[in-house]
Ligand binder design. Structure first.
Ligand SMILES: [Zn+2]
Length: 467
């Protein structure tokens, strides 16, 4: 499998460090509000990565975190904790806010058919591990304490910012200088923040340096190393995490262990909405339940994500989602043909075997999902009038199962239609032969009300499910 490694900025053949086991860590959400489709797109993309790795025979240990403390409104360790802010907004405790939005997030993942990660880990459940990591860094001389917390001295880290090719000289003179003047360097970041004297926090813990809470970057290092090991095979996250969050994860992890933190770094690009970046001020972060109200299934959203490559900026529009739904509908109609093979059908075994080969090859090439879907559409287009010949039935079943494993669109989830429905279709055929079109139309509407659509082809009447 080839993956684009942000660390080396090139496509590289992926081989795990030990046998066929892959330790994969994904930066999860900060659970202070609903996750919008832009947030969710990342998890669908990394879910696809896990699916393709497993199809390739790897055993994947997929660890994802939940940030429920310490993520401040400014990436530069300033501003309010997003969880505490959510608590004020909703008149609840930060703990309740975390609980509510975490449950909502996990529910969204299930709707999108994202596989359950091997482990979902919360920052607040790993405070001891995070304090240990700071102690280790302190012993090695990477830290210093100022009025508002314990900081990591980035000048002590060799290769700091290599992942992002940061221009530290410019950064020193740039945006981050106006912050805490006690910081030694603008790029230094907080490992542990003290509870401000004049503030009451819901979430705070004792530490060797004083009461407070962990800096946001710390949890990902502490938890990924705990559940995977000191060197990860793959670390994934959003492209916006690359210049600060991921650079800092590397600095503190490698500072503590002296080993490479992650061999591969993969980054997903943004989803735009109507051509604009999703932002709080525009309020254009579309939510899954808003789309459900408009009659869309979360799998339509999944299809929309798969139609673009994870490293490109994709654009979300309602029209685009409508088209994605149509496409999913045509795939479902295709999958339903596995119950209706017919003598004289044009699609034989070889077509399935060849299409499967192309799809898997595209997915192994840095997750080329648009190309994989294009190869599938070619096959589906050919089936429109061709139908499937009976000798291909078993291979067809395998093919649908393969698609469901790698694309997660649930095409094989629904079974055959009922005996009664089959009898109705036969009755309609007889009525048509008798030229009793009134009865034939009546049966068509009756089946339509059961979400079964009929299509008359020269060879037979074909049914498909309306999704
Ligand atoms: Zn992270």
């Amino acid at each position: 499998m080839q993956l684009y490694n942000s660390l080396t900025r090139k496509l590289e053949r992926f081989v795990p460090q030990a046998g066929n086991e892959v330790g994969l860590y994904t930066c999860g959400p900060t659970v202070y509000d609903y996750q919008h489709i832009g947030n969710y797109s990342a998890y669908v993309r990394w879910d696809t990565l896990v699916r393709v790795l497993r199809e390739d025979g790897f055993a994947v240990n997929w660890v994802m975190n939940i940030t429920d403390v310490g993520h401040l409104t400014s990436d530069a360790d300033e501003g309010e904790d997003k969880l505490e802010k959510g608590a004020t907004r909703e008149g609840k405790t930060a703990w309740d806010v975390a609980e509510f939005y975490m449950a909502d997030f996990l529910h969204g993942l299930r709707l999108l058919n994202v596989l359950e990660p091997s482990k979902i880990v919360r920052a607040t459940d790993h405070i001891a591990e995070q304090i240990e990591l700071v102690k280790k860094l302190e012993e090695k001389g990477y830290t210093y304490v100022i009025n508002d917390g314990v900081y990591f001295d980035t000048t002590k880290s060799k290769n700091y910012g290599e992942l992002a090719q940061l221009d530290l000289k410019n950064q020193q003179a740039g945006v981050r200088v106006a912050l805490n003047p006690q910081k030694r360097n603008a790029s230094d970041f907080a490992l542990w923040k003290f509870t401000p004297k004049d503030k009451k926090r819901d979430m705070e813990w004792d530490s060797p340096w004083g009461k407070g809470f962990p800096g946001w970057h710390l949890e990902c290092s502490a938890m990924s190393m705990k559940y995977i090991g000191e060197t990860l095979d793959i670390h994934t996250g959003g492209i916006d995490h690359l210049p600060v969050h991921h650079v800092n994860e590397i600095a503190q992890s490698e500072g503590a262990t002296g080993k490479q933190f992650s061999r591969f770094w993969l980054h997903n690009n943004h989803i735009m909405v109507d051509g604009k970046k999703i932002s709080k001020s525009l309020g254009n972060g579309v939510l899954l339940h808003q789309l459900a109200k408009k009659g869309f299934d979360a799998l339509d959203v999944r299809m929309l994500f798969l139609q673009s490559h994870y490293r490109t900026k994709a654009n979300f529009t309602i029209g685009g989602l409508e088209a994605a739904r149509q496409r999913r509908q045509s795939l479902q109609a295709f999958a339903d043909l596995r119950f209706q093979t017919i003598d004289g059908g044009l699609i034989d075994k070889a077509a399935f075997i060849e299409t499967k080969r192309i799809i898997f090859e595209e997915l192994q090439e840095d997750l080329h999902t648009p190309e994989a879907l294009a190869a599938l559409s070619d096959l589906v287009g050919g089936a429109e009038n061709g139908l499937i010949e009976p000798g291909a039935k078993e291979v067809f079943e395998h093919f649908i199962n393969f698609l469901d494993r790698v694309l997660g669109l649930g095409l094989g989830d629904s079974g055959d239609i009922t005996k009664e429905q089959k009898t109705l279709i036969a009755e309609r055929d007889t009525a048509r032969q008798r030229k009793d079109f009134a009865r034939a139309d009546e049966i068509r509407s009756q089946l339509l009300s059961q979400k079964i659509e009929l299509r008359d082809t020269p060879l037979a009447t074909v049914w498909s499910r309306i999704i």
